[in-house]
Design a protein around this ligand. Structure first.
Ligand SMILES: Cc1cc2nc3c(=O)[nH]c(=O)nc-3n(C[C@H](O)[C@H](O)[C@H](O)COP(=O)(O)O)c2cc1C
Length: 206
């Protein structure tokens, strides 16, 4: 089994979401010592920028056009990101909230993964996406300093649930630590420790 950890904080050892992901992974490794754990930090990975060439390449087949060589080359990079993601049997996504949504580099990664024909189709009767990737477990570990899960301003969790569901990943599991800006680092650490049990329990069931 391959577990892919998609890490969406740039903060390294200072990251709260990565810290909870480590609790999860430590427990997971104890239970599944033979599994391969891969880490993809979206801030460190050399992701395609998804600009004009990629946007035109995305819609070319839908418009009945043939991609030119520049678009083909760009598309090969996009398909490589999809292939690497799709190799995983299980996915852990640790992610801070940034301005009520997700960090821009995670959005860039999602812009690579979510592609017509490759990862989703469209049902025009239901006016809805049809996910083309095989379903598999995806554990979200989300952190925010103050925005509570379910708040009207929470565009992180609903977006992540929708977008991964749209490409076929529907076994979605969620841990949310919503109050990471406590008065001091010690207080925050004490707060985060409360979620270690949840992370370990989720890892046991993963
Ligand atoms: C650019 C930026 C934007 C943020 N926006 C929000 C926000 O909209 N709501 C919120 O509750 N916290 C927000 N935060 C706080 C982080 O979500 C919070 O500190 C989180 O625990 C950081 O996780 P990390 O340590 O894994 O990066 C923001 C932090 C940054 C750096």
């Amino acid at each position: 089994m391959i577990l892919l950890h998609v890490e969406a904080s740039p903060k390294g050892d200072h990251s709260y979401s990565s810290r909870l992901a480590t609790s999860f992974l430590d427990e997971y490794k104890l239970k599944n010592p033979d599994d391969e754990i891969r880490t993809l930090n979206v801030f460190e990975r050399d992701l395609p920028e998804f600009g004009k060439i990629e946007a035109l390449a995305k819609f070319a087949p839908i418009m009945g056009e043939v991609r030119n060589s520049e678009q083909e080359e760009a598309w090969a990079r996009i398909k490589e990101e999809i292939r690497f993601f799709d190799e995983a049997d299980k996915i852990l996504l640790s992610c801070p909230m940034w301005n009520y949504s997700v960090p821009w580099r995670l959005k860039q990664y999602i812009d690579c993964l979510v592609q017509p024909i490759e990862t989703f189709g469209y049902d025009f009767e239901k006016m809805d996406h049809v996910g083309l990737l095989r379903n598999r477990p995806l554990q979200f570990i989300l952190t925010r300093s103050s925005t509570m899960a379910g708040d009207y301003s929470d565009f992180q969790l609903p977006y992540l649930k929708f977008i991964f569901g749209a490409i076929g990943i529907r076994d979605l599991r969620v841990i949310t630590a919503s109050n990471t800006t406590q008065a001091s680092r010690e207080n925050t650490e004490a707060y985060l420790t409360k979620f270690d049990g949840d992370a370990k329990e989720a890892a046991q069931r993963f």
